[in-house]
Design a binder for this molecule. Sequence first.
Ligand code: SF4
Length: 220
Amino acid sequence: MWRWILERLDEQFPAFDVDRWWGIDDPFERMIGSVLVQNTTWSNAAKALAGLRERSWLTPQALGSLSADDLIPAIRSAGFQQAKSRTILRLVHWLMQHGGVGGIIERQATTEQLRSELLSLKGIGEETADTILAYSFNRPTISGDAYARRLYQRVSGESLRYKQIRHAILDEIKTWADLARLHGLIVEHGKVICRKRSPRCEGCQLRPRCLFFDHAKRLS
Ligand code: SF4
């Protein structure tokens, strides 16, 4: 099912590019962005990232020398600034203990090991951990976020939790590059086509196997 979904979404968005979708290339900036975007929009997170960039704070060394109180005004636009400032500092200290982004990439640790270390940091949940692992460290994992759950529920009629969706995808799709693309495509599709309200089924490549569409067609 997930391989088929990936192929159809690739057809749906033939020009899709993971790096362009992120809008930032730097793995460290993506890590910080992954915390800032919790419970807010990417545009609010991007404003907070820009605030950090203006202050020349977007390096592990610069952030690692700050206190949470220093950080709060700079990230206010992302909301939850008190909690997020502390989470960012915990993440930065963990990263620096392991030699920075390069140190983590070279470390002989399994993805699950790194994932459990990230999850042990207060403020890092599954979605943030999987996003950091996939897009900062090129690890083969994927977020079973609300977009993935909605898509799966509409296509198959089955509601799955985060862990179940993640495992189902990882059972079928193994490479980091495919997983990173699939997640980006699911989010893009969820924003543009399979929207929460009024999905645009007529133009959707997933129609042939979508129970939601099938049901709506029979009722019309
Ligand atoms: S056919 Fe409609 S409900 Fe089904 S995945 Fe596409 S947009 Fe979503």
